[in-house]
Design a protein around this ligand. Structure first.
Ligand SMILES: [Mg+2]
Length: 168
């Protein structure tokens, strides 16, 4: 078994505050296509340097598992390389066939890593509900990261909405 570290992306490694105005209306948040503009603006995110540095210093294989829309894959990989200095072994973004619930999506991918012969040893995630669910379902110790957003940005988020969790 190969040890591997896992991490969420939005609001864990990348600061998405500048694009929060692109989040879809509440009634559309379960629709993947409604998140397209929000995801495609992610190339302009700033790096949460403490988290990026942590992942670089750990020097373990890295799997990034995110609810960000799959359409932003190329933008995201370029951003990780050029801005965050991270070279993940796996970058799994949200595909239409993935579970709608953000925690379920991540749990499924952690289980997939195990089937592939990896041993997930640590997970980073910014949403408490999602972090707790991942830890409980997989047994992988999970660090809940606080992105240090200002109050104005946080007012745009609805933590109770599972479809919105992590994408912001
Ligand atoms: Mg997140």
């Amino acid at each position: 078994m190969i040890d591997i570290v896992c991490s969420d992306l939005d609001s864990t490694i990348s600061n998405s505050q500048h694009r929060h105005h692109l989040t879809p209306p509440h009634e559309q948040r379960h629709v993947d296509a409604a998140w397209y503009d929000f995801a495609m603006a992610s190339g302009e995110d700033t790096v949460m340097e403490g988290m990026a540095q942590t992942l670089r210093l750990l020097r373990f294989p890295l799997a990034i598992i995110s609810g960000r829309s799959i359409e932003a894959y190329d933008i995201t990989m370029k951003w990780l390389h050029e801005k965050a200095g991270l070279y993940p072994d796996f970058l799994w973004l949200k595909r239409p066939q993935d579970p709608v619930d953000n925690a379920e999506q991540k749990i499924t991918k952690i289980e997939k890593l195990r089937k592939m012969g990896y041993n997930p040893i640590l997970m980073f995630e910014d949403w408490p509900r999602v972090a707790q669910a991942i830890q409980e379902a997989t047994g992988v110790p999970t660090v809940c990261v606080n992105p240090m957003y200002d109050d104005k940005a946080l007012n745009l988020l609805i933590p109770e909405d599972p479809a919105a969790a992590d994408k912001t």
